[in-house]
Design a protein around this ligand. Structure first.
Ligand SMILES: [Zn+2]
Length: 66
């Protein structure tokens, strides 16, 4: 998927979010288990603007019936 910088309108390059072993975001689902999603990072090589996307956004779907 191609993302464009909202400021420069130029294509953004894929980057990795730091920390050895991988850093990510997660949703607590109980005492032990948690749903985990890696982060996809895109950076504009012109202005340095960064966008972060969850690899598995469906994990964080809001249940509107609760
Ligand atoms: Zn830019």
């Amino acid at each position: 998927m191609m993302y464009k910088c909202p400021k420069c309108k130029l294509p953004m390059g894929r980057a990795e979010v730091g920390a050895a072993g991988g850093i990510g975001i997660f949703k607590k689902t109980g005492k032990i288990s948690a749903k985990w999603s890696n982060i996809h990072c895109y950076v504009c090589a012109t202005c340095g603007y960064i966008e972060l996307y969850a690899e598995k956004p469906d994990i964080f779907k809001v249940d509107e019936n609760k």
